[in-house]
Design a protein around this ligand. Structure first.
Ligand code: ATP
Ligand code: MG
Length: 420
């Protein structure tokens, strides 16, 4: 049997697991010819989600008449460098490609590709679809790219482009024949050009929906083939429900248990960490410096909570940190940390033990002057006195790397259940 896991690439609709309420939500918007913005962190399943929506079977299952839908799936990362002209051309080209079974419509629309393609060209094409009782389902992946200026795309052009998208989706007569679904790493309200206080925000017509970590039920579905259940349970623990991590762990484990192979947990662990590094790197670099300092403090509090040496009691810092609700809330929304309420207040920890490992190793690997280099950010979060206390603890951490590594060890937890 072929390996049933798909690491590093979007999953095909027939292997797409769960996300039922999110798919229902998106299909409701498509039925109403409305628009939605799906957001989720790196590797959270955005592209797979759009591919699932692009499948006729999914649409039919939700009562959408696919004979009326012209489905275009485009990725903004394929438009290099991103420009509005490139975007409109790509959308119109793909639309034409989808009309092979409608040669007359195709022949009417195709000549526009020989001229300069603009938002108006797409509007006219949608009008033609509407006249034939059809509508355009425009699925746009990695829309973040359209929210960053480049050499050929100024901030003013960005403002115009986003207003054109809004106009097409809301104000134009053709809006009734269009449903646009975009994906991005963050909610659209975060990046993008400054808002014009006299107009509705450019993203106001999108209904937002986030893709979160898989729930335990969803994980059991994805990892169903992994036996015994105790091993599956440990894989669920180490991947924390992150789709990319789940697929990567499943894929590597499948390779390990093939006949003729002697399972080796060290190889599994090495390959797993190697193949998932980029996820943590992206999560880390997408955090602003204050969020990074906050994550470091959460990691230090975690280490402090596990060591017997009570000389560095950082409890007070934990209480202060929980007051920074805005930053903590952002990190929680992005699925990086999770909060739990205790008698003494809210307590924050990492969603994935591997994010904790990454952040702690970041502390171990950075210069001895970590506190001084990040002074401004730490002072946003804690007092001068507390910073001294943290500085002392960082020195301890750096002088005791073995103890710290033992705390971060996840391999020994999996070992008892690993195939022999
Ligand atoms: N619903 C799902 N069922 C099973 N596997 C999934 C599902 N969604 C995503 N995956 C798996 O998760 C991984 C990431 O998926 P995908 O590439 O769609 O994410 P993404 O958010 O688009 O990533 P990126 O941020 O890199 O663009 C892939 O290995 C994919 O197979
Ligand atoms: Mg993607």
């Amino acid at each position: 049997m072929a390996n049933p896991f798909f690491p590093g690439k979007p999953v095909a609709p027939e292997h797409f697991v769960s996300r039922t309420s999110e798919i229902n939500f998106a299909c409701d918007q498509i039925s109403n010819r409305s628009h939605c913005a799906i957001w989720g962190g790196p590797g959270m399943g955005k592209t797979s989600f759009l591919r699932k929506l692009a499948s006729e079977q999914t649409l039919q299952e939700h009562g959408i008449d696919t004979s009326k839908a012209v489905i275009v799936l485009l990725n903004c990362q394929n438009i290099i460098p991103f420009t509005p002209a490139g975007f409109w051309r790509e959308a119109l080209t793909l639309l034409c490609d989808q009309l092979d079974s409608e040669p007359q419509l195709q022949a009417e629309i195709k000549p526009s590709l020989e001229r300069t393609v603009t938002n108006d060209s797409l509007r006219q094409a949608i009008r033609r679809l509407g006249r034939k009782g059809k509508f355009l389902l425009l699925l746009v992946d990695d829309f973040d790219v359209a929210l960053v200026s480049n050499d050929q795309y100024t901030e003013a052009e960005m403002g115009t482009f986003l207003a054109q998208c809004r106009s097409l989706a809301v104000h134009a007569e053709e809006a009734q024949y269009l449903s646009m679904i975009v994906t991005s790493l963050e909610p659209l309200s975060k990046p993008g050009p400054p808002l014009n206080p006299k107009a509705s925000p450019w993203y106001n017509h999108y209904l937002f929906q986030s893709l979160k970590l898989f729930t335990t039920g969803e994980l059991v579905q994805v990892l169903n083939i992994i036996r015994p259940p105790t091993l599956r349970g440990e894989i669920i623990n180490i991947t924390g429900g992150h789709p990319t991590l789940v697929q990567t762990a499943g894929f590597l484990l499948w390779g390990q248990i093939q006949p003729g192979n002697t399972p080796d947990i060290k190889t599994f662990a090495r390959d797993f960490e190697r193949d998932t590094q980029h996820i943590f790197q992206t999560i880390w670099t997408r955090c602003n410096p204050t969020e990074q300092a906050l994550l470091m403090l959460i990691a230090l509090l975690d280490v402090d909570g596990h060591i017997a040496d009570k000389k560095f009691n950082l409890n007070g810092i934990g209480r202060i940190l929980s007051q920074h609700r805005r930053w903590l809330g952002e990190l929680e929304d992005r699925g990086v940390i999770i909060s739990s309420s205790t008698e003494t207040g809210k307590f924050y920890s990492f969603t994935l033990s591997l994010i904790k490992k990454w952040v702690t190793e970041e502390i171990l690997n950075t210069s001895d002057n970590l506190i001084r280099d990040r002074e401004k950010e730490f002072l946003n979060l804690i007092s001068h006195g507390q910073m001294k206390q943290v500085g002392g603890f960082i020195s301890w951490v750096k002088n005791n790397p073995d103890t710290v590594q033992t705390l971060l060890d996840w391999i020994s937890k999996v070992l008892p259940f690993f195939p022999k």
